[in-house]
Write a protein that binds this ligand. Structure first.
Ligand code: NDP
Ligand code: PYC
Length: 343
């Protein structure tokens, strides 16, 4: 006998500008300042537009429960410090990382252009989003950018028995002549925590090798991973080393918390990791020689020539083009819920 299949959800479409405005209203109505709301709304709408589903409107519930719990300061005003010729520090004041980046961005670019390289160290910050929106705009301005952020303990270091690291993504962006910039953004865990939540919600099994249950046994059940189990790093000892590097750069170097250092148990509903973020920006024009963007393009051409069909970022740029042309597709019930939240 065949299994009954769920009816496909009725879909609706909304423009990028309208979704951004709607999300801005939601954030403001739930306790953020207008400045913070603008930055978070643009970030979250961009993720939805580009098909970054684990960090688009799916995250709104987590943002709002974190704000309501008092765990994150939606009104925080970042303090930018000019630390050295190539170093900017920001204390995010227990608020979100993206407004801290926005506040420091022009100083960071000025330093990168004058010194050739500059570092932005954000501490005392919450990052609950995709990382590519933090680096891609630098590439649009001809700069190379690399960012790391740590999150919350849920990944077992390779060879260990218990979780310690966060899902700790790394994002990179570089300009490319005659095309979209080269951008990748990847969790150093075998799968992002957000995707495990989405699989659990849909009742789907994960591929092999993503995580373990509460007894440390391999499992494909996302609910077992979320309910006392843990994730594994991608690529065994190699992903584990990168995750360790992220803890060092995003937390030890910035003055932020390691993924295991904060305790949110007194704030039921808290979901936003209270950690740190590092961004390194390089001005490739200082390297001399052939233009960097032309060399990037040359590399991409050679990759295509050996048979590469899909560059990292290709799917996202394609989704962006479709969303901008046809509107961002969302289940109608989800859009109605967002409108309710916006009041
Ligand atoms: P994916 O594994 O989906 O993708 C990682 C990268 O690989 C992307 O740049 C993607 O490009 C590219 N890619 C995917 N498949 C292919 C392929 N077949 N060929 C070439 N390139 C490919 O991402 P993750 O699940 O690791 O991470 C998802 C998101 O979660 C990220 O945005 C990350 O920043 C976020 N995250 C945030 C955390 C936080 O603390 N704030 C913690 C952990 C994750 P494309 O985009 O075009 O698909
Ligand atoms: O998807 O792993 C994740 C994540 C952690 C914090 C924000 N996103």
């Amino acid at each position: 006998m065949s299994q009954p299949t769920a009816a496909p959800a009725e879909m609706a479409a909304i423009s990028f500008a309208d979704l951004t405005l709607l999300l801005q209203q939601i954030f403001e109505r739930h306790g953020t300042s207008s400045d913070v709301a603008k930055v978070l709304a643009y970030n979250c709408a961009s993720a939805q537009r580009d098909g970054s589903h684990s960090h688009g409107v799916f995250r709104i519930a987590g943002y709002l429960s974190s704000l309501a719990s008092g765990w994150v300061n939606g009104q925080a005003v970042p303090k930018v410090e000019d630390a050295a010729s190539g170093f900017v520090r920001v204390d995010a004041g227990g608020g979100f990382a993206q407004p801290a980046l926005a506040a420091a961005r022009s100083l960071l670019i000025e330093k990168a252009r004058s010194a050739g390289i500059a570092v932005l160290a954000i501490r005392n910050s919450h990052h609950f989003a995709a990382l590519w929106p933090d680096v891609e705009p630098f590439a649009d301005e001809g700069l190379v950018a690399l960012s790391v952020v740590n999150s919350m303990t849920c990944v077992v270091p390779h060879g260990a028995q218990r979780p310690l690291f966060g899902t700790n993504p790394i994002a990179f962006a570089a300009p490319r002549a005659g095309g979209e910039p080269i951008v990748f953004d990847l969790a150093t865990s075998a799968i992002a925590h957000g995707d495990v939540q989405i699989a659990a919600r849909k009742g789907e099994l994960l591929p092999e090798g993503m995580g373990v249950d509460s007894q440390g046994q391999p499992t494909r059940d996302p609910k077992a991973i979320l309910g006392g189990g843990a994730l594994l790093p991608f690529g065994g000892h190699k992903g584990s080393a990168l995750s360790m590097m992220v803890e060092l750069l995003a937390a030890a170097l910035t003055g932020g918390n390691f993924s295991f250092e904060f305790d949110w148990t007194q704030h039921p509903g808290a979901q936003t990791p209270w950690t740190g973020q590092l961004i390194i920006v390089i001005d490739p024009s200082k390297a001399g020689g052939a233009g960097f963007a032309s060399r990037s393009e040359e590399l991409v051409r050679h990759m295509r020539e050996v048979g590469l069909q899909r560059m990292p970022g290709d799917r996202r740029f394609q989704e962006r083009a479709t969303s901008l042309a046809q509107g961002i597709a969302l289940p109608a019930a989800e859009l109605a819920r967002l409108r309710e939240l916006a009041g």
